[in-house]
Design a protein. Structure first.
Length: 282
């Protein structure tokens, strides 16, 4: 092991080499993100075709690209830092640093088996493509649900509708429902239909679905024109009609909201009155 004086002398004699290596590592660290982004996008484009951010396939590719870029950039930057440490140890002969790092890693592996599970689950999530950055997910046995902000090897960050951010260990993600994967069913239920109005309501539903599908502002959202899917069992208010169509998963709520607004106006225009739940006064 070198003395402190010899180490200082070595640094003095090799300052230019150290500055050059340091500059290369800093530049590699700083520009790793943009470089990885270009490589990943070109790779996905070659595998799945061009994507510009529009349409179902393009949206999925954008989410996949953002997730992979973030993960690969993190791994690459950690590798750059590791190379820097190894170069420092190799050039200065400070082997004790490697011994300390090895003892730390071994201790973490023994004491933190859950951490190892987190990393294994993180790898499986990325490989299997269970969800990507930007997806809206819900955990069946937990209360976490919301939009995925980032997917890492150890944890996933989820933001719910009121802005609360959850940092969830990947080992906790055993049962996940992805609400925005490729496409979803845009569904609207109309309750309280009187028996004589069923045919008229069915006709209105089909017309609104066709109008919505041909609307330029919803062209990229509607994959299949919403239509009357079936008449459900009647309840206390009357008949129940279910309108359903295939839509881009991320726009399911926007499409359903627009359908409800158009249905409400169309039913009024056609003179169709629905039975409503009357709340007790006082």
């Amino acid at each position: 092991m070198q003395s402190a004086q010899s180490i200082v002398q070595w640094f003095t004699d090799n300052i230019v080499l150290l500055l050059a290596i340091g500059a290369v590592l800093v530049l590699a660290y700083a520009y790793s993100g943009p470089i990885v982004d270009k490589i990943v996008r070109r790779t996905l484009r070659a595998a799945d075709g061009d994507f510009s951010g529009e349409g179902v396939e393009d949206t999925e590719l954008q989410k996949r690209s953002a997730t992979i870029v973030a993960l690969v950039t993190t791994v690459l930057r950690l590798s750059i830092l590791g190379i820097g440490v190894l170069l420092f140890v190799g050039l200065t002969g400070s082997e004790w640093i490697l011994i300390l790092i090895g003892l730390f890693v071994a201790g973490m592996a023994i004491a933190g088996q859950s951490i190892v599970l987190d990393y294994l689950m993180g790898i499986l999530i990325i490989i299997e493509g269970q969800f990507f950055q930007g997806d809206n997910i819900e955990l069946g046995d937990k209360r976490w649900k919301g939009t995925v902000e980032s997917v890492g090897l150890r944890r996933t960050v989820i933001r719910d509708v009121d802005g609360t951010v959850y940092s969830v260990s990947n080992g906790e993600l055993r049962s996940v429902a992805n609400r925005t994967r490729i496409y979803a069913a845009g569904e609207v239920r109309v309750r309280g239909i009187r028996q004589g109005d069923l045919v008229k309501v069915a006709r209105i539903m089909d017309r609104i679905g066709q109008d919505l599908a041909s609307d330029p502002s919803f062209k990229g959202s509607v994959l299949e024109a919403p239509h009357l899917a079936f008449i459900d069992e009647s309840d206390d208010l009357g008949s129940v009609a279910v309108m359903r169509g295939r839509v881009v998963a991320a726009d399911r709520w926007r499409v359903a909201t627009e359908i409800r607004l158009r249905l409400d106006q169309a039913l009024k225009d056609e003179g169709v009155e629905l039975n409503r739940l009357v709340l007790p006064q006082g």
